[in-house]
Design a binder for this molecule. Structure first.
Ligand code: NAD
Length: 253
């Protein structure tokens, strides 16, 4: 089977598919033959060929409407990529209740919300798969990232529990845990704060075990691998895409 046929006839939802990692996933799945519906606050950034749907994953009515639109357009849903997410910085006293509720809603509750809305369609699919974007933050103990880490840890453990619930139905559920990736989110954060952005970027690269940021397409390839109908026995797994940061338990100086 050629790469271009791997996802032929399958329909995928990619949340946050208009930028960064999600956009790269949407492009790759399109190239591999899938129908792709991008759920995003700003769907204009969805790649050519995708169905861009304006959707706020923190809002149930918005998600349900987008799921029904995607299913109506393509006749079903086989794959859900729960990728939309936002950042949060600081120690345990940095974020007020409104910020906690907002980030938990966008990053965590959205995974349950989108998956639950798509579940009736996934149950009808021969190749149902869900891939959630967690992070190295789930398990690494990153400084100044308490709220963000809580959300990514929740996605990590939800992935395992959801996989157990749906394995007998043939719905595979996995997660990727990217390290720091070269996406608009990371780069704009770097450029907005640093006095010397080039030096900050050099130091950020140097802190990665393999000496550079993770490329979005590398995460996208891992997500596509886990979503692929060729991986029928892979479920409840969490794949690190972090240059060895977590697996090697080292941090280059
Ligand atoms: P990005 O900001 O480039 O893209 C995120 C996309 O999500 C944007 O298109 C944005 O419009 C969309 N989005 C945000 N809130 C939304 C909402 N409420 N409803 C619908 N869409 C919404 O980000 P990215 O760096 O590509 O990150 C994607 C995912 O990868 C996130 O879950 C993030 O936590 C995770 N991640 C990123 C990194 C990294 O270093 N970039 C590392 C580990 C994990």
């Amino acid at each position: 089977m050629s790469t271009s046929e791997e996802f032929a006839g399958l329909t995928a939802i990619v949340t946050g598919g208009a930028s960064g990692i999600g956009r790269s996933v949407a492009e790759l799945l399109l190239e591999s033959g899938a129908n792709v519906a991008v759920f995003d606050l700003n769907p204009d950034g969805a790649p050519h060929g995708a169905l861009g749907l304006q959707c706020d994953v923190s809002d149930r009515a918005s998600v349900e409407a987008a799921v029904e639109s995607a299913a109506a357009e393509y006749g079903g849903i086989d794959i859900v990529i729960n990728n939309a997410g936002i950042g949060a910085q600081g120690q345990v006293d940095a974020n007020d209740d409104a910020e906690w509720n907002k980030v938990l809603n966008v990053n965590v509750v959205s995974v349950a919300r989108v998956t639950a809305a798509a579940l009736p369609y996934l149950r009808k699919s021969e190749h149902a798969a869900v891939v959630n974007t967690s992070s190295i933050a789930a398990t690494a103990g990153l400084p100044e990232r308490v709220l963000y880490s809580a959300t990514k840890g929740a996605i990590y453990s939800m992935t395992l529990a959801m996989a157990a619930d749906h394995v007998r139905e043939g719905i595979r559920i996995n997660a990727v845990c990217p390290g720091t990736a070269n996406t608009p989110w990371v780069m704009s954060g770097l450029m907005s704060k640093a006095e010397k952005p080039e030096e900050e970027l050099r130091q950020l690269n140097a802190r990665q075990p393999h000496g550079r940021l993770v490329e979005p397409v590398e995460v996208a390839r891992s997500i596509a691998f886990l979503a692929s109908p060729l991986q029928g026995s892979t479920t409840g797994s969490t794949l690190a895409v972090d240059g060895g940061m977590q697996g090697l338990r080292l941090r280059a100086e």
